[in-house]
Design a protein around this ligand. Structure first.
Ligand code: YXS
Length: 257
């Protein structure tokens, strides 16, 4: 489902499950995590996370067929997407997300959790919890809040509409928008710049920034309130309808309960 390659001190992971539009299934996520572990063991100094050249869909997000029902939190600690986000954030070297094609749902957060984002002008990003009646989780929303102004995070999350890379670049959410013909050379030139610098300093600054970005106080009461509110959503008719509609390839009919 993926390919991996190390050249010099730069590791590349290519999402390669076109049949399911690189949906972040548990199996695909486990392959990405294993590749990251190998890169860390071999002291890769910069990683690139990409899809196959010229894809229309970079990743279709969480594997909807794996979203649990029956009252289980769809984005709980052990969820594959949550595991992937933590592994990206804890990887000891910078990860550049190189984006061609459309990015959906949990794959949006995956890209935002990388350290740099380089995209083609045609690339688009759609945050989709509201399209599936999924109650996104606290640390996941913080990923959006750390990357985008709250009004933009809300627009992405509430409209669930794709936003083009150029607009996100103008808001500083994407580092560079580069034509498809140049994106590989541009991305690897950036990776080489990083790889020739001091890896210990970069690794520790990445970890410091991770800790600082996540440094938010929340009272136990507030956390319990949030979890209770989220439970109402993933126990709702609308959550089941969202999953059913996807499987039946039709638009969902949300009733608000
Ligand atoms: O029918 P087959 O078996 O060929 O499979 C189809 C799709 O069912 C499958 N597929 C997926 N399977 C599981 N999870 C997915 N997210 C997913 N997306 C696609 O891949 C096969 C080809 O899909 P198809 O025919 O629709 O391809 P297309 O080229 O016409 O359209 C590509 C997309 C990406 C526009 C379309 O597949 C699509 O809209 N996919 C769903 C995008 C989405 O809403 N993702 C969010 C997933 S939920 C999530 O990430 C979080 C929980 S949240 O929502 O909270 O952010």
């Amino acid at each position: 489902m993926i390919t991996q390659l190390i050249e010099g001190a730069i590791g590349t992971i290519t999402l390669n499950h076109e049949a399911k539009r690189n949906a972040l299934s548990e199996a695909l996520v486990n392959e990405v995590i294993a590749a990251l572990a190998e890169f860390a063991r071999l002291e890769v100094r910069c990683a690139v996370l990409r899809a196959a050249p010229g894809v229309k869909v970079w990743s279709a997000g969480h594997d909807v067929s794996e979203l649990p029902e029956g009252g289980q939190d769809p984005l709980g600690w052990r969820d594959p997407l949550r595991h992937l986000i933590r592994e990206l954030e804890n990887f000891p070297a910078p990860i550049i997300a190189m984006i061609e094609g459309s990015v959906w749902g949990g794959a949006c957060e995956t890209v935002l959790a990388c350290d740099l984002i380089i995209a083609t002008p045609e690339a688009s990003f759609a945050a989709t919890p509201a399209k599936h009646s999924v109650p996104y989780n606290v640390s996941g929303l913080l990923t959006f809040l750390n990357a985008a102004h709250i009004h933009i995070a809300k627009e992405m999350l509430f409209t669930a509409q794709p936003i083009l890379a150029g607009r996100l670049e103008r808001m500083g959410i994407i580092n560079h928008v580069t034509p498809a013909d140049d994106i590989e050379e541009f991305t690897y030139a950036t990776a080489r710049m990083i790889a020739q610098n001091a890896p210990l300093s970069i690794s520790v600054m990445k970890e410091q920034l991770r800790i600082l970005a996540g440094a938010h106080t929340m009272s136990p009461q507030d956390f319990e309130r949030i979890q209770g509110l989220r439970r109402v959503v993933y126990n709702s008719h609308d959550y089941s309808e969202g999953i059913r509609a996807f499987k039946e390839k039709r638009k969902p009919k949300f009733q608000g309960y």
